[in-house]
Design a protein around this ligand. Structure first.
Ligand SMILES: Cc1cc2nc3c(=O)[nH]c(=O)nc-3n(C[C@H](O)[C@H](O)[C@H](O)COP(=O)(O)OP(=O)(O)OC[C@H]3O[C@@H](n4cnc5c(N)ncnc54)[C@H](O)[C@@H]3O)c2cc1C
Length: 483
């Protein structure tokens, strides 16, 4: 019998698992996929919003501003990159009135240091912005982070502090019992006193397992992106937004913490929750809209395209509630944007919720997250010393991102072991560079095969049946193996 079962290992579930692992209680996180993060947390703009957009008085507004404040310390604790690069919202022609409204909204929400800038100042700071710009709001507290590392490191730190994680376990049923709840997965059954539903796009399905008629439904909203090579690194220094619309903050241009430039996302309501395809129309829309912000975007430097799915709902705010008929289950549902920013604050809400129910005691010895060695960040002397210890440090597997064999092996042997090509990518950045894995994929597959002691043709891209070697590929890989 567990004290708490968390459903879903996105940024919300993982940060909650970490916060709860600091207390003398048992915590089990169930995740349906082969790795985390796999839902909205895997594909988003990675912006830690300042908080000018959510309507005052909403939970989104409160947790956005509070989450933003918590980010610096959290990222230091979890050894995750975080940069406060600031954000501009641009106004063309008659949009000044909207800017002034946004400024007021931001102030009401508690956003500090908002500046209103005129054309000359904007272009001095960001020469690639469209010369037709009239005014901009500048939000210095806006930042960027790495959502993969934040989620993985949070859950690894939770594991180090006693939380348990079961991957490939999809929750398919929940039954009320005298002592609490029985949680049924595709593989097993678990008992617990409390449940925290962080199932992202499926959070409404979890609610409907309890009450099929409960009036809360998620509408999947897709966002498509293009990403530019690091050669475009200095194209903009801050995040550049249009003025927001009903559908969200719109298409943006932003640097990433790793030195790429991200363009997107679109906002299209879709039927299929798993549809992560990209489309000609969607990508064209991104191109047109970013050209309005920054006309000279070097589109020749696009290295990848992808999409993410927002868990939007008609509720118009985050749905963080305990439904009266099903006590002791807290739902974090409809966590669309700014969910990444709000997640640290939402995690604290989960702890407060539990504290109101139980006298939970904080552990005396909480383990800190230890820094993971990134070879490319070391000095030449440090590199040499490590190579003397083990030559695998000197064997560079990913040339674009300068990732060594030892880093790949460390990722496979970490508290939350990487078992797929994508899992290695998220932890080390191998395969995220200019060649997008053309050089390193085979080498990583070989290492995965050795470490996991499984044949190479069983290695998958992201679990399930996403095998990398099949059909004609076999011939190609056999050849690559010989050469
Ligand atoms: C295109 C886009 C852009 C965005 N940009 C930003 C941004 O710049 N800044 C910002 O603050 N926010 C942004 N967001 C929002 C942010 O990404 C999300 O709010 C946040 O990632 C939600 O995290 P989560 O943990 O609630 O959900 P998820 O990350 O979706 O995690 C849910 C997890 O639950 C698992 N799961 C689902 N069903 C089950 C089940 N039955 N059993 C077990 N496990 C299950 C899933 O596999 C998944 O791993 C954006 C979102 C999108 C899609």
């Amino acid at each position: 019998m567990e004290d708490v079962i968390i459903i879903g290992g996105g940024v919300v579930g993982s940060l909650i698992a970490r916060e709860l692992s600091f207390y003398e209680i048992s915590v089990l996180l169930l995740e349906k996929e082969e790795d985390i993060p796999m839902g909205s947390t895997k594909a988003n703009s990675a912006i830690v919003h300042s908080g000018y957009d959510p309507l005052p008085g909403t939970l989104k507004a409160k947790t956005n501003v509070e989450g933003n404040r918590l980010y610096k310390d959290l990222c230091e604790e979890l050894k995750v990159p975080f940069k406060r690069i600031g954000a501009y919202v641009l106004a063309f022609n008659d949009e000044l009135k909207t800017l002034l409204e946004l400024k007021e909204r931001g102030k009401t929400n508690g956003v500090s240091e908002i500046q209103i800038l005129k054309r000359e100042e904007i272009l001095k700071r960001e020469p690639n912005i469209n010369e037709e710009v009239k005014y901009a709001l500048f939000f210095p507290t806006s930042g960027i982070t790495n959502p993969f590392l934040l989620t993985i490191h949070a859950l690894e730190n939770a594991i180090e502090n006693g939380a348990k994680v079961k991957l490939r376990e999809e929750v398919i049923g929940i039954e009320k019992k005298d002592m609490g709840y029985k949680v049924i997965t595709n593989k097993s059954e678990y008992y617990c006193k409390y449940i925290i539903n962080c199932a992202g796009i499926n959070a409404d399905k979890i609610i409907h397992l309890l009450d099929p008629d409960y009036p809360f439904t998620i509408t999947p909203r897709k966002g498509e992106y293009l990403i530019l090579d690091k050669k475009a690194q200095n194209f903009v220094k801050s995040t550049i937004f249009h003025v927001p619309t009903q559908k969200g903050k719109g298409v943006l241009v932003t640097p990433t913490v790793d030195g790429n430039i991200l363009l997107g996302p679109t906002a299209e309501n879709i039927e299929d929750r798993e549809d992560k395809s990209t489309s000609h129309e969607g990508l064209l829309e991104v191109k047109e809209k970013v050209k309005k912000l920054t006309p000279n975007v070097p589109f020749s430097l696009v290295i990848n395209i992808f999409s993410g799915i927002r868990a939007s709902s008609t509720y118009k705010d985050f749905f963080v509630q305990e439904i009266p008929e099903f006590k002791n289950i807290l739902h974090f549902a409809g966590i669309d944007s700014p969910g990444l920013t709000s997640a640290p604050s939402l995690a604290k809400m989960a702890v407060e919720w539990l504290k109101e129910k139980e006298n939970i005691k904080r552990k005396k010895n909480i383990k800190n997250f230890e820094k993971i060695i990134s070879f490319k960040e070391l000095t030449e002397e440090e590199k040499e010393n490590l190579i003397k210890e083990d030559p695998k440090w000197g064997h560079i597997i990913c040339r674009c991102e300068h990732v060594s064999e030892m880093e790949v092996r460390n990722a496979i042997n970490s508290p939350l072991p990487a078992r797929t090509l994508e899992a290695i990518k998220k932890r080390t950045r191998a395969g995220m560079g200019r060649c997008q894995g053309a050089f390193c994929s085979y080498h990583i597959m070989k290492i995965l095969s050795e470490e996991l002691e499984i044949p190479i043709n069983m290695i998958t891209l992201r679990g399930g049946k996403s095998f990398l070697l099949n059909g004609e590929n076999k011939v190609r890989w056999k050849y690559a193996k010989r050469s």
